[in-house]
Design a binder for this molecule. Structure first.
Ligand code: ZN
Ligand code: ZN
Length: 458
């Protein structure tokens, strides 16, 4: 992800108190999840920043007042930050966050590598990438021009995200006046929320929180249309996951009126899905299915955030309620310990956001037991990917595993917030859950049944 500020739903403390933010993480096709214990993908992801910009990982730790990757990991896992971590005032925090983006987008020089008279200056259009001199900027323009406009949005969104962190930006909520059949995509969702949403966004634009944010960040406040666009993108980013689960429920025919409630497992969940996530974040999924008899969302993954490890209750849910819980475990272990023993019920659907098994052999190896388990137990499954290229690669892998793909395509509830590739800003930004794949069971079940029959005859 782009630098992701720590989510706090309560109001922020007075501005002189130290604040805690999470350091930048990376958007790469590499997920941060389901790695085997031991050297984790997190660490690989973090230090791989240095492949594009030598020294960048150190610069980030230094700017965030951290001594080591272990401290960084502790914070993104939801642990208590070490003493000395934090910032004295919002201005300092935003300055340091911005400093972690200061490297020449063309020659990759860090500030410490420049001669005395030089400073890195940002591109005036996007205010997102930096250059050590006009020469580097000119040489970079043919590449940078392809993404400059999108990166301008990224630079606004990463500051506006703070309003979600502090709890000042509260998303519109409440039962859906329209049926889920009508609300097929963001356009219809925005029309449905219409007036209520306009009121919320206008109130936000005129709020004290908005004024003090732009007074702290060291750059001019964008015009109201830009700010409103940013709030809308942030909203789609938060609601993309619950609404994508709803899309899966509909397409895979999940019965949400099951006595005792329905269960969905989010597999390979990490801090991205769980860091200061609250049950209210999934209310929108409930509103999509009025009359549901309880929805249980269980996040399973080795990097589930520490503040999310609520225990899972095996008792039936009250109709209309949503329960979120988390397990820090590999999915096939969780399955053996919790599902096979009957402690928890079978999932009605399994979802994985950006599993990334197409990205490397190591990840494929980690995911293989889970994919085979889902196939052989015929669990309705939904996965999402960042790009068309990843979609094609993932489909190929699933087909090779004889997995029966029921449908795939562009996700109508993809996040609309662009994510820049942190250490390589001229790479095309990606969108979370841009595409989905759904599958169920094996593609050669029919063949196998036939073979069995033939064997029987012979
Ligand atoms: Zn340069
Ligand atoms: Zn630019």
């Amino acid at each position: 992800m782009a630098p992701r500020l720590r989510r706090r739903r309560h109001k922020k403390s007075p501005s002189v108190a130290p604040m805690v933010v999470t350091p930048p993480t990376v958007v790469t096709p590499l997920p941060l999840t389901l790695s085997k214990p031991g050297p984790s993908i997190d660490a690989h992801g973090f230090f791989s920043l240095d492949r594009n910009v030598p020294g960048l990982s150190q610069l980030i730790l230094q700017k965030l007042n951290m001594k080591s990757y272990e401290e960084y990991k502790l914070v993104i896992d939801g642990g208590t930050p070490v003493s000395g971590f934090g910032f004295r005032c919002p201005q300092e925090m935003f300055q340091k966050m911005e400093d972690t983006f200061r490297f020449c987008a063309h020659c990759r020089a860090l500030p410490s590598e420049l001669s005395n008279s030089k400073v890195l200056r940002h591109c005036k259009r996007c205010r997102n990438v930096y250059y050590c001199d006009p020469e580097c900027q000119r040489s970079d323009w043919p590449e940078h021009r392809k993404v400059c406009q999108e990166l301008r949005l990224v630079a606004v969104d990463r500051l506006m995200e703070w309003l979600l962190v502090t709890g000042d930006f509260v998303l519109p909520s409440g039962p859906w006046p329209w049926s889920a059949e009508v609300v097929q995509d963001w356009n219809t969702w925005f029309s449905m929320r219409g007036l209520q949403l306009d009121t919320t966004l206008n109130a936000m634009l005129g709020s004290h929180a908005m004024t003090s944010l732009w007074a702290s960040v060291g750059r001019p406040r964008p015009d109201p249309d830009d700010l409103q666009g940013s709030l809308r993108r942030l909203l789609t980013d938060v609601l993309s996951r619950p609404l994508t689960l709803g899309l899966g429920f509909r397409a895979l025919g999940i019965d949400v009126r099951k006595t005792g409630g329905s269960t969905v497992h989010v597999v390979g969940a990490s801090h991205v899905e769980t860091f200061l996530t609250h049950s209210g974040d999934y209310d929108e999924l409930g509103y999509m299915f009025p009359g549901h008899l309880g929805l249980h969302v269980i996040m399973v993954g080795v990097d589930v955030s520490a503040d999310f490890l609520h225990s899972t209750s095996a008792s039936p849910l009250e109709p209309g309620t949503i329960q979120l819980s988390g397990h820090r475990s590999l999915y096939h272990d969780f399955w053996e310990e919790q599902v096979e023993t009957g402690k928890l019920s079978y999932p009605d659907m399994v979802a994985a956001f950006h599993p990334g098994f197409h990205a490397s052999l190591n990840l494929m190896e980690a995911w293989l037991p889970t994919l085979l388990l889902l196939r052989d137990y015929k669990i309705p499954t939904l996965i999402t990917v960042y790009s068309h290229q990843e979609l094609a690669a993932s489909l190929q892998i699933l087909v090779n595993l004889d997995i029966h793909i029921t449908t795939y395509g562009a996700n109508p509830f993809a996040s609309l917030k662009p994510e820049q590739v942190y250490s390589n800003p001229n790479k095309q930004p990606v969108y979370c859950s841009a595409y989905y794949i759904m599958f169920l069971g094996s593609s050669c079940q029919l063949d196998r049944q036939l073979e069995d029959k033939v064997d029987g005859v012979v």
